[in-house]
Design a binder for this molecule. Structure first.
Ligand SMILES: [Zn+2]
Ligand SMILES: [Zn+2]
Length: 267
């Protein structure tokens, strides 16, 4: 039995996540070049031809840049909400996709790949119809929660019971405010439809913590307004202030924006 996740890339400059079981292999987002997707999969010993589906969170380029290329190269079905397709297709953002590879999914409707259950859930982000995903297999659960303007009760409910979470820890508020981004962009990132700060990520994590949450991977870090160590320490402090020991009760790691992560296995 196998149930695993790996970040091929995670950050404001590009996202691509691999999720696999002993029977099925899928990707979430392909916001990096097709070559990097292929190389990342090969680096972790996954044959790109065995990927069965590409699940898109939303239409921003850091999530779809390479989607068309890999769909055409590997004849890969792309799954996205109707709103996301409507934002991608008329703009020809990812080139021509063969009609049989255009698959529409619906929020809160679970797809079942022989026991691997994939559920898209609604997130707050400035895109047409963005979603996060939860994956359940053999009684275990993994969740992807990035590009979150804020975390509400409903999202916490979807993430509840996860054994592993890839959680956005986008920016340090102080760095963002003092940084060089134009005012409108700072406002966009800080807004309820922007990105989750280190502090809010740590707070959200407390909200979903339970004794079987084995691993949190902090991801989608901003290149300009964060440091991996800062994201890590913010979450670690918040957990330890609440009596949760990092390394003992839970493992915390930070996804590298350019490098393939280790393969996290929960089964
Ligand atoms: Zn986005
Ligand atoms: Zn993004």
């Amino acid at each position: 039995m196998k149930f695993e996740l790996c970040t091929i890339a995670s950050g404001s400059s590009g996202n691509c996540i691999y999720v696999g079981t002993d029977k099925h292999k899928i990707l979430v987002d392909a916001g990096i070049s097709g070559k990097r997707v292929t190389k990342g999969l090969e680096d972790i010993g996954v044959d790109p031809n065995e990927i069965e589906g590409l699940f898109i969170t939303h239409e921003h380029s850091d999530h779809i840049k390479g989607a068309g290329i890999i769909s055409r190269k590997y004849n890969l079905p792309i799954y996205a909400t109707k709103g996301t397709w409507d934002a991608i297709l008329p703009e020809a953002k990812i080139g021509k996709i063969s009609p049989e590879n255009i698959r529409t999914i619906h929020k809160e409707v679970t797809l079942d790949f022989e026991g691997l259950e994939i559920t898209p859930y609604s997130i707050h982000h400035d895109a047409a119809e963005p979603v996060g995903y939860t994956f359940s297999y053999e009684g275990k659960k993994m969740s992807i929660a990035t590009d979150l303007g804020y975390v509400d009760r409903k999202i916490l409910k979807y993430l509840a019971g996860s054994n592993l979470v890839l959680l956005e820890s986008n920016h340090d508020v102080g760095m963002l405010q003092a940084g060089t981004y134009p005012y409108y962009l700072k406002q966009r990132i800080l807004s309820d439809s922007g990105h989750l700060s280190n502090d809010l990520a740590a707070e959200a994590l407390l909200g979903i913590y339970h004794k079987n949450l084995e691993h949190v991977v902090l991801g989608h870090l901003s290149r300009e307004n964060n440091f991996p160590d800062l994201a890590y320490v913010t979450t670690k402090n918040m957990l330890e202030c609440n009596g949760i020991k990092v390394g003992k009760d839970i493992n915390v790691s930070v996804a590298n924006k350019d490098k393939v992560s280790e393969v996290y296995r929960i089964l």
